[in-house]
Write a protein that binds this ligand. Structure first.
Ligand code: UD2
Length: 309
């Protein structure tokens, strides 16, 4: 098949592109290269790269022509930047999704698979998070993701475009950029441990997350693109297991074969204490199973970062 991956030069997008290309599919990448990198696609053959923006409906429409599936990964992924610059975040994360859905309609794309987020659950304290819970986003980013989900479900009802939304929890793996102040904690800790530098817990390190290796997320995307009878659905994508930051630091040190100093700093404003997903729906309806657990994923990541230095 031919597939369009928006944000295909980014962290998660480039892994989807790689899997598609490795399994013989034609891939079109639409990326504005603001945070995506050409080097993320280096060595992947059979990929057509379009340098343009999801905010431009014509660009999305042209890229979608002849595609059977769209994986919509393009987004401004930072919660804090959505708070600081809500208009820009809105334009990319909501208008971008609408443009993708319209392009899918015009180009008669069979299915759109969308990168949603655990951020839609917001302050809802119940654990684990189940898809049937009422969304209570507490950031513009969360609002943008749940709004996009509503657009997807509506396009599937109104226009027959098949849609699936995947609510990613804390995704980690190779190519996640550790250099921004809001980089995922695993990318930061791995970078620092391998450099022998101290790590900092924002808070006391007892907060927990459901960390999921990017390879599992790619598996979920392929299933979401191909499984029959799931159109209009939303699915948590995680491991269904909780790891505290203190446990995480120890696992990373073990994988790296060295220890570093640990310090604490004040908790980040708006930080949630614990997050873990119920993944029963994804297991039952998509046939999803996380093949790589957190420990294995950390080992793969440490090896990758070490080799690329
Ligand atoms: C994740 C997603 C975000 C959104 C959100 C929804 C990532 C990278 N971000 O944010 O896009 O979906 O979930 O709830 O997956 N921390 C430290 N030290 C550090 C860096 C981070 O203690 O050097 C803490 C941080 O305060 C937080 C935890 O680690 O308690 C995880 O932080 P994160 O930025 O990796 O991810 P999160 O859960 O805030």
């Amino acid at each position: 098949m031919r597939a369009l991956v928006t944000g295909g030069a980014g962290f998660i997008g480039s892994h989807i592109v790689q899997r598609l290309a490795d399994t013989g599919h034609d891939v079109v990448v639409l990326d504005n290269f603001l945070t995506g990198k050409r080097e993320n696609l280096a060595g992947i053959s059979g990929v057509r790269i379009v340098e343009d923006d999801v905010r431009d409906p014509k660009a999305v429409e042209a890229s979608a022509a002849g595609c059977e599936v769209i994986f919509h990964e393009a987004a401004i992924v930072s919660v804090p930047s959505s708070v600081e610059r809500p208009q820009e975040s809105h334009d990319v994360n909501i208008q971008g999704t609408l443009n993708v859905l319209q392009a899918a309609r015009v180009a008669r794309v069979r299915r759109v698979v969308f990168a949603s987020s655990a951020a839609i659950y917001g302050e809802e304290p119940t654990l684990p998070k189940v898809e049937s819970m009422r969304p209570e986003p507490i950031s513009p980013y969360g609002v943008e993701k749940i709004t996009s989900e509503h657009y997807l479900a509506t396009w599937s009802k109104l226009f027959g475009v098949e849609t699936v939304a995947l609510r990613y929890f804390n995704v980690f793996g190779p190519r996640q950029d550790p250099s921004s102040p809001y980089s995922g904690v695993i990318s930061v800790f791995v970078d620092r441990v391998l450099a022998g530098k101290p790590i900092t817990f924002f808070g006391d390190g007892t907060q927990s997350r459901d960390f999921v290796f990017v390879g599992n997320v790619v598996d979920a995307n392929i299933l979401a693109a191909t499984k029959r009878g799931v159109s209009g659905g939303v699915f948590n994508i995680a491991c269904g297991a909780r790891t505290t930051l203190v446990e995480l630091a120890t696992l990373i040190e073990r994988a790296a074969g060295r220890t570093v100093a640990r310090s604490v700093a004040p908790a980040r404003a708006g930080d949630i204490k614990d997050s873990v997903a119920d993944i029963d729906r994804a297991r039952a309806e998509l046939g999803y199973a996380p093949k790589v657990d957190v420990e294995d994923g950390l080992r793969q990541l440490v090896d990758h970062v070490r080799a690329s230095r």
